[in-house]
Design a protein around this ligand. Structure first.
Ligand SMILES: Cc1ncc(COP(=O)(O)O)c(C=O)c1O
Length: 379
């Protein structure tokens, strides 16, 4: 937080108009321009964006939606809330934690309606193959780009390949507002649905009525309150201007981690730098540990050394809430989920902080590996 953000928020509060109004409009226009797409709709959070994308593209009861299990649970929750069924697909493996197009193809069945891809950690998934599969089977593609604002696949922005792209502005995201989200599309009909359903299916909004552009409303669809507000839009506009620089700074830190850690003590750093056609947003700094059974010990030891870590993600198909779903074999997801570890990453991280994390990780992996092989002498 700094003066510019504080001033933007204060101006929005002082304007006297707090709900959706001119700043939201400005944020949407700026975001659409940034992505190079026709329409952008600010919403209350990324989960709302995903839900609106599904509902606005007609996903509902009787439909299957293919989604990677190595994912935030929001994706499966919103699929379930439409009445559709999440069908989990596998990831490529420890070097590429994005969905595996071959397994997406294998998961397609008679009830499949959509594929909801994730650009894991901000690294573009193989969206070309997904679009090809979707085209062949007549499926909708929705992009969960919560990690990927500013990521590019062959020159175009992630979030603009499917029929709708969904972003999150949660406090830990690359474009952080606290809570908030955005949904982008080039499709005029989908845009019309999103516009309606975001605000209860009402034909006019409070701001339009306040300005005297309308005096009444009709309700033409059963929608939601997924609206954004002026204070968040004001902060979002500042953060959007900073996004490209912040993503580059994150990228430099990820490359420092890579050069200090990849291949050291059996640690692997996935998503080796692409060929220039793949530009990551560097949302997460993930490493893959050398063995199963080290994750908890490494996390505990790093925590003792003052370094917070996390796991992206415990696979959704292992949660009790999803125990009733038919499980397809997901060998790579099962294999990597016990070995992944997310390291601290933020744009203003200093060199000495990165070094501290690197040192603590190497130390923690060495200790945990020694204890683990001691408890498994035949390994
Ligand atoms: C991959 C992914 N999808 C969806 C979401 C949901 O976004 P939000 O927390 O803004 O609802 C998140 C964020 O937490 C996420 O990381």
């Amino acid at each position: 937080m700094d003066e510019e953000i504080l001033n933007a928020a204060t101006d929005a509060v002082s304007s006297g108009w707090w709900s959706m109004g001119p700043r939201v409009d400005q944020f949407e226009r700026a975001f659409a321009e940034y992505c190079g797409c026709r329409y952008a709709f600010a919403v209350s959070n990324g989960t709302a964006a995903l839900h609106l994308a599904l509902v606005s593209t007609g996903c509902g009861p009787g439909d299957d939606v293919i989604v990677p299990s190595l994912n935030f649970v929001a994706a499966a929750n919103v699929i379930s809330h439409t009445g559709a069924r999440p069908v989990f697909c596998d990831v490529v493996g420890p070097c590429d934690l994005n969905l595996d197009p071959a397994d997406v193809e294998a998961a397609v069945g008679p009830a499949t309606k959509a594929i909801m891809v994730l650009h894991y950690g901000g690294f573009p998934c193989d969206i070309g193959s997904v679009l090809e599969i979707a085209g062949r089977h007549g499926l909708v593609v929705i992009e969960d780009a919560a990690h990927a604002p500013g990521a590019r696949w062959h020159g175009a922005m992630c979030g603009t390949f499917g029929i709708a792209g969904c972003f999150s502005f949660f406090a830990n995201k690359n474009l952080a507002v606290g809570e908030g989200g955005m949904i982008v599309t080039d499709d005029e009909d989908v845009a019309a649905q999103i516009r309606l359903l975001r605000s209860h299916g009402m034909t006019t909004l409070t701001w339009a009525r306040h300005q005297g552009h309308a005096h009444a409303y009709e309700v033409v669809a059963r929608g939601f309150n997924y609206r954004a507000d002026e204070v968040r839009a004001a902060i979002g506009l500042v953060q959007l201007r900073r996004l490209a620089d912040a993503n580059r700074a994150r990228g430099r830190i990820v490359e420092r981690y890579r050069s200090a850690l990849d291949g050291v003590a059996g640690i692997r750093v996935p998503f080796a730098a692409g060929d220039g056609d793949l530009v990551s947003a560097h949302h997460l700094a993930v490493v893959v540990l050398p063995d199963d059974g080290l994750q908890s010990a490494v996390r505990a030891s790093m925590n003792d050394g003052g370094v917070q870590t996390s796991i992206h993600y415990p696979p959704i198909h292992r949660f009790s809430a999803y125990a009733d779903e038919p499980v397809r074999p997901l060998p790579e997801t099962d294999r990597v989920s016990g070995r992944i570890l997310t390291l601290p990453l933020y744009a203003h991280m200093s060199d000495s902080q990165v070094e501290h994390v690197v040192d603590r990780l190497i130390e923690a992996v060495a200790q945990a590996s020694a204890a683990h092989s001691g408890s498994n002498p035949r390994r």
